[in-house]
Design a protein around this ligand. Structure first.
Ligand SMILES: Cc1cc2nc3c(=O)[nH]c(=O)nc-3n(C[C@H](O)[C@H](O)[C@H](O)COP(=O)(O)OP(=O)(O)OC[C@H]3O[C@@H](n4cnc5c(N)ncnc54)[C@H](O)[C@@H]3O)c2cc1C
Length: 527
């Protein structure tokens, strides 16, 4: 295919939703994705460690982080259809209503909670059925967990003992409280955005999917995007886009493609020999991410996920159950329970989120630990630190330079300290305290300096970077509230990069909501 009405770059959470919805409207859509189809059982099986499978993860590393004692952080990002929804933990969260009202107050007209809620509902197929907050007719399946480990429930009960509210729906009337997360699964399988929106292996005739193809740049004529150049099988090819181009390469891919297409900070573009088409320093700026501390505990109970003879036997049984019935331990998202807590009384919404994980997580699970145990994350929901994404070279195949600037703003450290202390209060309360976890990193929590040292030595991302092509009505914004890139015609963005502020929760459902809205805006512009 060398011509389409609309070319979508990137088949991740936002790109799948945008491409699928535009195809439903009857446009001839071409979707160009750097990775493969992601149909392997390890991607379908929720506990299949898709993140570690060859070809599914870009495995980015950050620049050395001053706020993390000079360490480099890890930035996994999904590659292949489904994008990060093919490797994520599947937790279904939208953030707090305040987040979207705040976007609107920052000039993102049309993005208040009341305006985005119908789009979340339209996207959603919640197996609990529809109500004022949920939809049950959308393509994105949202399920209750088929299996939850007793320790995950014990964590929730312990929070309840401390008078924190128990919440069985973080996307309902209120976000505060503790409970089990709902997951983007269908019938015990991971339900990626690609499975939801791209026909689950059988795309409609007017949706053409090109895989293993890295987009190099957007092509322009007279200030209008008319196509895309991409690299596939050692050759550069072009595809025409009669109606326009939608960027959905994600928080790192989208600013990279914009810069390679001449839209960015002129000084930086010049450094790489790229002629400036539009001077827009906000491209690649404003990177925000949920900085996170993980506490890790060893425990005697071998039903927790872990490496041992018993653990291998459990895994073999669980595999068999999953292959036979799509049930059992491998339907786990690993981060089974958690909660939202307001640690600063002046905060407009919860400022800390917890994820309780039924395994010991060292270095994002990349370092195997013998034995069994559990982990608990505390992350800062609305960080003040701002980082950036820059080009490493003018070659689209080179990973961009990623600098989240974690913990460079002291307010984030103060919030994270409150979060870690609150987390330990819960972990020291029965019934979770009865699991007798041995803390792998014990310190005196009353010692402020020791806590800060521990955080700087161990904190990193919990995988929600956003903001590198921010939306707004101001002259500096990268795209306008209809997601159209400012200064050119027929170019839109449909992914997490447009978020002007990080939402107070996980970012897959919000990225899908953005993709849905992009399809609306492109459809309205093209008529
Ligand atoms: C390990 C992990 C766990 C997470 N857990 C959760 C969770 O439990 N719940 C939740 O809500 N969120 C979670 N998230 C975050 C969430 O999945 C992401 O925020 C969301 O998927 C981002 O969507 P996106 O459309 O912006 O980008 P992505 O889904 O990352 O899609 C970008 C796509 O563009 C492609 N691409 C990039 N550059 C190019 C190019 N030049 N040419 C062609 N294609 C290109 C990529 O290969 C990718 O497929 C997690 C993320 C990770 C990495």
């Amino acid at each position: 295919m060398d011509e389409a009405d609309i070319v979508v770059i990137g088949g991740g959470s936002g790109g799948s939703a945008a491409a699928g919805r535009l195809a439903e409207r009857g446009y001839r859509v071409a979707l160009i994705e750097a990775g493969g189809h992601n149909v392997h059982w390890q991607v379908r099986m929720p506990g299949g460690f898709a993140i570690g499978k060859e070809g599914t993860n870009w495995k980015f590393e950050t620049e050395p982080q001053q706020g993390l004692n000079g360490r480099r952080g890890y930035q996994p990002r999904g590659r292949g259809l489904g994008g990060s929804s093919a490797i994520n933990a599947m937790l279904y969260l939208r953030g707090a209503p305040w987040d979207y009202d705040n976007w609107a107050s920052l000039g993102c007209h049309g993005w208040s909670w009341d305006e985005v809620l119908p789009v979340f509902r339209r996207a959603e197929h919640n197996i609990r059925g529809a109500d004022a907050w949920h939809g049950d007719q959308g393509p994105l399946w949202v399920s209750d967990q088929r299996y939850a480990h007793p320790a995950s429930l014990a964590f929730v009960q312990a929070a309840g003992q401390l008078q924190h509210p128990v919440n069985d729906d973080f996307n309902g009337e209120r976000i505060e409280g503790f409970g089990l997360y709902q997951v983007t699964q269908r019938g015990g399988e991971r339900w990626t955005a690609a499975r939801a929106y791209l026909g689950d292996g059988t795309p409609p005739a007017n949706l053409h999917i090109v895989t293993d193809a890295v987009v190099e740049r957007v092509l322009f004529e007279d200030g209008r995007a008319w196509g895309v150049a991409y690299r596939q099988g050692g050759e550069t090819r072009t595809i025409r886009a009669g109606g326009g181009v939608v960027l959905a390469g994600g928080v790192f891919g989208t600013p990279q493609t914009l810069m390679l297409s001449g839209i960015g900070d002129p000084a930086e573009l010049a450094e790489h020999g790229i002629a400036t088409r539009i001077a827009r320093p906000a491209v690649g700026a404003d990177l925000q991410d949920h900085v996170d501390y993980v506490a890790v505990f060893e425990a005697d109970d071998t039903s927790l996920f872990g490496k041992s003879m018993r653990g291998n036997l459990n895994a073999a049984r669980a595999l068999w159950r999953w292959f036979r019935k799509r049930e059992g331990g491998f339907t786990t998202p690993f981060a089974e329970s958690g909660g939202f807590l307001t640690t600063d009384p002046a905060a407009p919404a919860p400022d800390i989120q917890f994820h309780f994980v039924i395994a010991m997580l060292e270095d994002h699970g990349r370092v195997p630990v013998p034995g069994h145990g559990f982990s608990c994350h505390a992350c800062v929901l609305r960080p003040e630190s701002r980082g950036n994404v820059r080009l490493r070279s003018a070659d689209a195949r080179d990973a961009p330079r990623i600098d989240p600037a974690f913990l460079t703003d002291d307010r984030d450290m103060a919030t994270l300290k409150r979060g870690v202390r609150a987390m330990y209060r819960i972990l020291e309360t029965p019934p979770i305290a009865d699991w007798k976890g041995r803390d792998r990193y014990p310190i005196d929590l009353a010692d402020d300096d020791a806590l800060e040292r521990l955080i700087r030595a161990r904190a990193d991302t919990i995988y929600h970077p956003v903001g590198t092509a921010r939306m707004g009505s101001d002259a500096d914004a990268v795209c306008d509230p209809q997601l159209a890139v400012r200064g050119v015609e027929r170019l839109w963005i449909a992914d997490a990069s447009i978020m002007p502020r990080l939402v107070s929760g996980n970012t897959n459902a919000p990225s899908i909501m953005i993709g849905e809205r992009a399809a609306d805006f492109v459809g309205a512009a093209l008529g």
